[in-house]
Design a protein around this ligand. Structure first.
Ligand SMILES: Nc1nc2c(c(=O)[nH]1)N[C@H]1C(S)=C(S)[C@@H](COP(=O)(O)O)O[C@H]1N2
Ligand SMILES: [Mo]
Length: 334
């Protein structure tokens, strides 16, 4: 039975139900705890293209411009699996989309700084054998936090590389045990008007912010619930205390400050599909070939860089996730 609490939307006949449920294709670097940037760097070991090796031209250059009294230890730099450097902490925490606060990306940090994120509960229910409310303490006790350095590609055409810490959604689902009828997940963001000025200001939007995934997408090992960033607790502007990260989909799927997760049998209608179904689809997989109705998706601006980069199919994660969409026409904006 469907959970009628959420609006649902019909599935297109052209979509094929995949037979690959519960498959995850890749092992990731895991660290025992959120030990911060240094541990992540040591465990990661990915070198950027052109990184200086002992004896290389770069390493041999004299460092005459460095005044030792002025020099702090160089900030460690993290790289993702494709060798892209992590964006700066400053950029990640000062250029945000979080419409519950404001649509101005540079003002989210300021307007969300007093957002109450503790105590916090995540309620998990619907079509599960063991519905449960998790406190954040429960979450840290039950799920080992791992470092994941992921690219985030916003549908607006900009991107970042973000070193998250968190844990696979699959581990949470294994705790609550979805029933046979469960086919989709619905995620819901807290809506607290007293602390979130955007809720009143943009009252034409279909609050609360809702997102959805197919169960097999949620079970993929790339799909995580993040609780930290750069080895620190998440800040409110990034979706504290717990947010979804689905790196092969446009950023709006990565819903912030989650209070509820429901397993349902029918496809839920996400916030952006309810707001503008002609512009945003349920899947929202990053695809450079399929333009947004108002702009191309072929390239993106990496925050902190000049110029633009090519956008990659599935945001560069095709090897890990293409199997989920076998038989689907990827040229349609579902
Ligand atoms: N609840 C909620 N979640 C949200 C949004 C939002 O407005 N509200 N914006 C989304 C969009 S469009 C993007 S690009 C990412 C941005 O995440 P970041 O600010 O941590 O980089 O959050 C997503 N999650
Ligand atoms: Mo976005």
């Amino acid at each position: 039975m469907a959970d009628k609490k959420y609006k649902s939307v019909p599935v297109q006949p052209s979509e094929v139900t995949p037979e690959h449920l519960y498959l995850s294709r890749r092992k990731f670097m895991k660290i025992a705890s959120v030990a911060g940037v240094a541990a992540a760097l040591a465990a990661c070991g990915v070198k950027p293209p052109g990184a200086s090796e002992p004896g290389s031209e770069a390493a041999a250059l004299p460092s005459q411009s460095i005044d030792p009294t002025q020099t702090k230890a160089a900030e460690p730099v993290l790289y993702d699996d494709l060798g892209d450097a992590a964006s700066s902490f400053k950029d990640i925490t000062n250029f945000n989309n979080f419409y519950e606060f404001t649509t101005n990306k540079e003002q989210v940090a300021q307007l969300s700084q007093n957002f109450t994120t503790s105590p916090w509960e995540l309620n998990v229910g619907g079509l599960v054998k063991n519905p449960r409310t998790f406190s954040m303490e429960d979450i840290f006790d039950l799920f080992e936090q791992e470092e994941r350095i992921y690219r985030l590609r916003c549908v607006e055409g900009w991107s970042m590389v973000i070193p998250w810490s968190g844990f696979p959604v699959s581990k949470l689902l294994n705790e609550v045990e979805p029933t046979e009828e469960a086919k989709y997940l619905v995620f819901e963001t807290l809506a607290r008007p007293s602390e979130m000025p955007g809720l009143g200001k943009y009252s034409y939007f279909p609050w609360p912010y809702i997102e959805g995934l197919r169960l097999d997408e949620a079970m993929n090992d790339l799909t995580i619930l993040a609780t930290g960033m750069y080895g620190k607790e998440l800040l409110p502007q990034n979706g504290a205390p717990i947010r979804l990260v689905v790196p092969w989909k446009y950023g709006f799927k990565s819903i912030k400050s989650i209070i509820r997760l429901d397993l349902v049998s029918e496809r839920p209608a996400p916030f952006w599909v309810m707001a503008a179904a002609n512009e945003y689809g349920f899947y929202a997989n990053v695809n450079p070939e399929v333009p947004h109705p108002r702009w191309s998706q072929a390239t993106e601006r990496r925050i902190g860089e000049l110029g633009r980069r090519e956008t990659l199919m599935f945001n560069g994660y095709a090897e890990e996730v293409a199997y989920l969409y076998e038989g689907m026409d990827l040229n349609i904006n579902y």
